[in-house]
Design a binder for this molecule. Structure first.
Ligand code: FES
Length: 56
């Protein structure tokens, strides 16, 4: 599912970034561009990142 419409970032992509070493939402944002435009996706993207980091 798309989390960030502006940058076309999916939840899958966020999890993949965490799998490849991202450890914070800042890392995910820098790698994908997620939440760098309107910012509406930031809350959900942070939640997905947090969950993925906890499982990693
Ligand atoms: Fe992610 Fe707009 S939906 S920056």
């Amino acid at each position: 599912m798309y989390v960030c419409m502006c940058k076309g970032v999916t939840d899958h992509q966020i999890r993949r970034e965490v799998d490849s070493g991202a450890r914070s939402f800042r890392d995910v944002r820098e790698a994908t561009g997620c939440a760098t435009q309107c910012g509406k996706c930031a809350c959900m993207a942070k939640t997905i990142t947090r969950e993925a980091v906890q499982k990693a």
